[in-house]
Ligand binder design. Sequence first.
Ligand SMILES: *[C@@H]1O[C@H](CO)[C@@H](O)[C@H](O)[C@H]1NC(C)=O
Ligand SMILES: *[C@@H]1O[C@H](CO)[C@@H](O)[C@H](O)[C@H]1NC(C)=O
Ligand SMILES: *[C@@H]1O[C@H](CO)[C@@H](O)[C@H](O)[C@H]1NC(C)=O
Length: 344
Amino acid sequence: MSGWSSSCRSPLLLVLLLLLFPLAADATSQTTAAAAAGGDRDTLLAIKKSWGYPPQLAASWDPSATANHCAWKGVTCSGGGGGGIGVVTELSLPGLNLTLPIPASVCALENLARLDLSYNNLAGAFPAAALYPCAARLRSLDLSHNLLSGPLPSGIGSLSPATMEHLDLSANLFTGEIPEAFAGLTELTQLNMSSNKLTGAVPAWALRHGKLEYLYLFDNALSGELPRDVTAVNLIELDFSMNRLTGEIPDAFRGLKKLTLLFLYKNQLTGSVPWLFRHDRLESLCLDENGFTGNLPSEITAANLILLNLSRNQLTGGIPQAFGNLRNLKRLFLQNNRFTGTLC
Ligand SMILES: *[C@@H]1O[C@H](CO)[C@@H](O)[C@H](O)[C@H]1NC(C)=O
Ligand SMILES: *[C@@H]1O[C@H](CO)[C@@H](O)[C@H](O)[C@H]1NC(C)=O
Ligand SMILES: *[C@@H]1O[C@H](CO)[C@@H](O)[C@H](O)[C@H]1NC(C)=O
């Protein structure tokens, strides 16, 4: 320890400096990145203040305890190689009891792509003013399990239209119709608006969307018939259960060849749906508690079915032997119909 001579201290410093600032040519971009990172730290501190210093952040979001804000609770950064500090790309702050409105400073995080504020007590209208300025940057927004209420804004298409992929507004108190403007979120692959108080019809745009894969609108007060113009061929899961939907399942739903899950239980749907039993990707089909009628088809080739629930309908006739061919079927519910005969 005491053996360090002044003659060897200088080269050591030089090596350290070289490690910290590897390429002189990068100096400008590093300075910019450092400034952005410093800006992000100040922004996070402003956010903490706006949210009334949430106790769960107190110990972590503290520059005197942890200088690098990328290590703070719920903060994810990218970059930060070469000894620099990265820019904030994700804020994940679920279950912090947040009650005050989302601060406008959130969108001052210039690289923020993911924001999870689920399981808080955020109330009032959809936070359009705070979130629209994030412009074409947010990829994922989770505001589920809060107390947000009122109609969804007709300007919702401004919510990072070029980038938004995952949007979860479920388990809030939103009312009114689902605006057509959602169609403007062209990159959307997953939309969850279940467990709200939404009314009106299942929106036509949703079944024409070119990228949508997962669509959950269950547990609302949607009414009317299902859209007939169905071209959203990338849909994988569709859940419209627990609404007030009426009429038949339109024939055009046959075109949803990638569908693995179709839940329409607890509605007032009618008619018969023989083609569903020939859909070769379907794994989970729950049509229970509706008014479906008719006989089950003798030809059942939906070999991937794992769960089939047809309980509490008005289905008639025998129970086809072909059910025996469904090798993957683990759970079959047929009770409370008007079937004759028994399943062997
Ligand atoms: C949330 O806030 C309520 C009321 O202010 C308080 O009773 C409760 O303990 C808080 N929960 C947490 C996890 O901080
Ligand atoms: C959709 O939202 C409901 C209610 O918050 C939740 O239970 C469900 O897991 C969500 N589904 C997906 C796939 O995110
Ligand atoms: C099947 O349907 C019945 C009647 O709606 C319901 O009670 C039951 O929970 C359902 N089971 C599954 C696994 O969907």
